[in-house]
Design a protein around this ligand. Structure first.
Ligand code: HEM
Length: 397
């Protein structure tokens, strides 16, 4: 497990960055530049002369999975177009997510009746994996995949914000790939989900399918699961906001999902699971007067920008109502990134979050003493710690 001190060290660095008044900060002799103002972020993320070809991106592509998330520019558009439709089948997502959340709600009722606690972080993890595996690929028997992913996550977790060494990574990565190959091979064609069908129709090789599948599972499940876990933690920590949201949903149940949107947005503001985004400059340029030489890495942190005091007063306060009305600045809230490489699953993730939160939020109130002191785990995504909760059924249904 990632040591608390490694994450505390990263948090300290981010706090120093936040406290530095300059919006553009050159580091390592100007070869890396930190930017946090939304105007500068817009300039970088919407300009294709800044590519994703950073060292971290290449390492992920070479040692974890080579798919659309890390694809170089010349391959990216075709891969994105191919997979785009698969992440937009919202009818299927609605049905599958509702079914999985209902099953989780039954399990929670069962535990609540026995006075047993449930680890919310683990529950969100299993839920998000089950939903994405079924919606995109049509896979339902995923016990081995779930275990293989958990083993891989444990290794990634242990290495903090860096990727583990090849030696540490290879065995767990190979296990995930084996599980994926097996699921692809044993599945009858009639049960294939849209992402798999699209790749098979496009004559992707067996290997290319596995790389793309692992990419989508990693990009889509951990991010969503940790976001959900952090939203619950934020609600537990802020009983007024938690109570107000539940009252709104119980007063007008058919509006429950709409009432959840701002809770989701505020959770993603405080705990954006993609907490760091990198780009590489392919030309000599400048940002707000700071020279950016060709080859320079630009580092953006949604975690930092989401606390920029010019746009987010009292930034650490969890306050869903700050999203009432029009956005403060399109690029001041960017949990899904922006531009050509913006998250392919942003709408999918928001739907899944709203279904999960509104369904469980109308049935239960969660309590945990551990929520107050929970701290973010800065690894390649922003992890949530285990969160054992007491479950109080709300009495309806
Ligand atoms: C709350 C959940 C999620 C968050 C916070 C999130 C965040 C992000 C961010 C910030 C990026 C852009 C990275 C960059 O610019 O370098 C990204 C890319 C991506 N995400 Fe998500 N994501 C989430 C859920 C999902 C889901 C559910 C899927 C799949 C269904 C998904 C698939 C992808 C893919 C394929 C890319 C690469 C897009 C490209 O390069 O064209 N994500 N995500």
């Amino acid at each position: 497990m990632i040591s608390a001190s490694a994450s505390e060290g990263t948090l300290q660095l981010l706090r120093t960055w936040m406290a530095t008044p300059q919006d553009v900060i050159p580091i390592v002799g100007g070869r890396n530049v930190l930017i946090k103002h939304p105007d500068h972020i817009r300039a970088v993320l919407t300009d294709n002369s800044f590519t994703k070809e950073t060292g971290a991106n290449r390492r992920f592509r070479d040692h974890v999975a080579d798919g659309v998330l890390t694809a170089p520019a010349d391959r990216h558009r075709a891969e994105r177009l191919l997979l785009n439709a698969a992440t937009r089948d919202f009818m299927t997502l609605n049905c599958v997510a509702t079914e999985h959340v209902e099953a989780l709600a039954s399990l929670m009722s069962w535990h609540a009746a026995r006075g047993e606690r449930v680890d919310l972080t683990a529950a969100m993890n299993r839920l998000a994996l089950g939903v994405i595996a079924e919606v995109l690929f049509g896979w339902t028997a995923i016990d081995e995949l779930a275990e293989a992913m958990a083993a891989a996550m444990a290794v990634l977790d242990a290495s903090g914000a860096m990727l583990p060494t090849q030696q540490q990574l290879s065995p767990v990565r190979d296990r995930v790939f084996r599980a994926v190959h097996e699921l692809v091979e044993l599945q009858p064609p009639s049960e294939r989900g849209p992402a798999l069908t699209a790749m098979i129709d496009a004559a992707y090789s067996r290997d290319a399918i596995a790389h793309q599948a692992v990419t989508l599972l990693l990009a889509g499940h951990e991010t969503t699961a940790n976001s959900l876990a952090w939203i619950w933690i934020s609600l537990i920590r802020t009983p007024d906001a938690y109570g107000r949201w539940q009252q709104q949903m119980l007063a007008v149940p058919r509006m429950a999902r709409a009432a959840t949107g701002n809770v989701t947005r505020e959770g993603l503001r405080l705990f954006p699971s993609s907490w760091i985004i990198g780009r590489k400059s392919t030309t000599d340029t400048e940002i707000d007067g700071t020279p950016i030489p060709r080859g320079c890495t630009i580092t953006i942190s949604p975690y930092v920008t989401h606390r920029h005091p010019q746009f987010w007063p009292d930034p650490e306060r969890f306050d869903p109502s700050r999203h009432d009305g029009s956005p403060v600045h399109r690029f001041a809230w960017l949990p899904f990134g922006a531009g050509a490489r913006m998250c392919l699953g942003s709408t999918y993730a928001l739907w899944e979050a709203d279904i999960t939160l509104s369904t469980l939020g109308q049935r239960f109130r969660f309590h945990s003493d551990a929520a107050e002191t929970a701290t973010p785990r800065f690894r390649y995504t922003l992890g949530a710690p285990p969160m054992p909760v007491d479950i109080q059924p709300l009495g309806q249904r």
